[in-house]
Design a protein around this ligand. Sequence first.
Ligand code: FEO
Length: 169
Amino acid sequence: MLSTKMQDALNAHINAELWSAYLYLSMSLDASAKGYKGIANWYAIQFKEEQDHAQLFIDYVLARGGRIALSPIAEVPTEWESPLAMFRDTLAHEQKVTALIDGLCRIADEEKDFATANKLVWFVNEQVEEEENVRDILDQLNMVEGSKMGLYMIDKELGGRVYAAPAAE
Ligand code: FEO
């Protein structure tokens, strides 16, 4: 059984994952409005992945006989000055999510909740991948800064991203 402290922390985290989904949908819409079809595609997939993350936590809490209490999702920004600014915000956001996952690990440890600690390993690894992917794109954007052709090429490449459901944990 989940302790109240662990359950509350997981519930708060479900909200954080849904907020991430909302943020990336907003980025996708902004990119789309500005003609960056590839970047819009990349963020639309990111939107789906964040919903997957929330669902994985929901499934886990339910599997442990816990309760989910959905709370309001806070407002997100709607516009970014450039793709570079968008990806900078994305990296900063993913670093925050990593810190949140680390916080959950600390609570699982304090509560001697080994099942939750074990479940969180997948998310710890996922965050390494999330940050690396965004950092790679950010590096590319920094390399071509000021070049419209460079930006066009990156947008085209990001248009090739395909959604894949989360791999087995
Ligand atoms: Fe759910 Fe992008 O971390």
